[in-house]
Design a protein around this ligand. Structure first.
Ligand SMILES: [Zn+2]
Length: 388
């Protein structure tokens, strides 16, 4: 790179102000991505090295092409000052071209423009995709936690969590402790978006600026839409982290009723024995396992104590009490079967497919009273006959 006097005659132009058709410009920016390739020149038939990538000054990110760059290339993260760069247009977006007449020198972070919140467009978190930059966010901190990561040889503390606004929520990682607390409402400038495990994430660092704002400036976040699927469709998808299904209870599975859990590992004891810890005194708990059918498929629904108590309309203590009076567990089970088979349920939660088929682990389970489907009604009628 050639050293030059940075007090060149051309004034600096912010990347957000680049327009095709401008005369050669003077820009400053950080290399966000860069890759090198060799192409054959049309006029001389010689091989030329070309660097291309993205340059950002915090107000915008633009593509650049650098013809015949220095042999050592340029590292990602380097801040460059380029005088006499050409502005081209590609797919209606401005791009920079550094050619033989462009003078380029390294610059420092401190020379990058100070970001003013009002200059930057307000964006909703649901509309952020990498490598977005040069935006303003007005968000609520949903949660935040501190963890230590190793970067090269160095241990660093990062703060990560989720930010939300009226459009949705997005994970964030901050390399600086901004002392964020859940529920804080903040205006953020100088963040950028990268992809982490395939999903967009907001990254905050030394160049980010945060200020507290009034809570009413951040609209409430809509609840994420839960996909409503048929059981057949859900099974062919292999389950999902949060789904909603409906159907009819066609049978009661085992275990249903009072179970005893190993106090060490929490597994359900089989005849007083834990597979891992042997014979022991278990802790009483309640489970209901149902088979749900919607005409397209069948699922096993595993209800934990809270949902089982709610659906059965009886508490664990009431179940235990009955067992004390009539020490035959099949009576409880029979009562549950009569009570539940034929009922139409709406279930929300996690679903997976294992060797026994589709299994649901609900976070919510409600009885549905609206008759949705004549085929299911017919099934209900048949089942009720069989049970009754
Ligand atoms: Zn155990």
């Amino acid at each position: 790179m050639t050293a030059m006097d940075s007090s060149g005659e051309l004034p600096e132009v912010r990347l957000k102000d680049l327009r095709a058709g401008l005369p050669p410009v003077h820009v400053l920016g950080r290399v966000v991505t860069v890759s090198r390739k060799e192409i054959t020149g049309k006029s001389d038939g010689r091989r030329h090295a070309v660097l291309s990538g993205l340059l950002s000054d915090g107000t915008a990110t633009v593509r650049f092409t650098w013809w015949d760059p220095p042999a050592e290339g340029v590292d990602r993260g380097t801040v460059l000052r380029a005088v006499n760069a050409q502005v081209r247009e590609f797919r209606e977006r401005p791009e920079l071209s550094f050619g033989w007449s462009t003078r380029i020198q390294p610059a420092s972070d401190l020379e990058l423009p100070a970001l003013r919140a009002d200059d930057l467009p307000l964006r909703g978190v649901a509309d952020l995709h990498p490598p977005a930059e040069g935006f303003r966010l007005e968000v609520r901190v949903v949660d935040v936690m501190e963890r230590t990561v190793t970067v090269g040889q160095e241990r660093r503390v990062v703060h990560s969590g989720r930010l939300a606004d009226g459009t949705g929520s997005i994970p964030f990682t901050s390399w600086i402790d901004f002392r964020l607390k859940p529920g804080n409402t903040v205006r953020i400038v100088g963040g950028y978006v990268r992809s982490f495990r395939g999903a967009p994430e907001v990254t905050l660092d030394e160049r980010s600026h945060l200020e507290g704002i009034a809570p009413d400036l951040v609209p409430p976040t809509p609840a994420p839409a839960t996909p409503r699927l048929s059981l057949g469709e859900l099974e062919s998808r292999g389950g999902g982290p949060e789904v909603e299904v409906g159907g009819l209870v066609v049978a009661l599975g085992s275990p249903s009723g009072v179970v005893h859990l190993c106090p060490t590992c929490g597994r359900v004891l089989q005849e007083g024995i834990c597979r891992h810890h042997g014979a022991l005194e278990g802790v009483p708990d309640l489970r209901i396992r149902l088979h749900l059918d919607d005409g397209t498929g069948v699922a096993t629904v595993n209800l934990s104590r809270n949902l089982a108590e709610k659906l059965a309309g009886r508490t664990l203590d009431q179940f235990l009490d009955r067992l004390k009076r009539q020490p035959d567990p099949s009576l409880n089970e029979q009562q549950l079967r009569q009570q539940l088979v034929g009922r139409r349920l709406r279930v929300r939660g996690r679903a997976r497919v294992d060797e026994f088929g589709l299994a649901l682990y609900p976070s919510a389970c409600d009885e549905v009273t609206v008759p949705p489907d004549p085929a299911v009604d017919l099934l209900a009628a048949r089942l009720t006959e069989r049970v009754g």
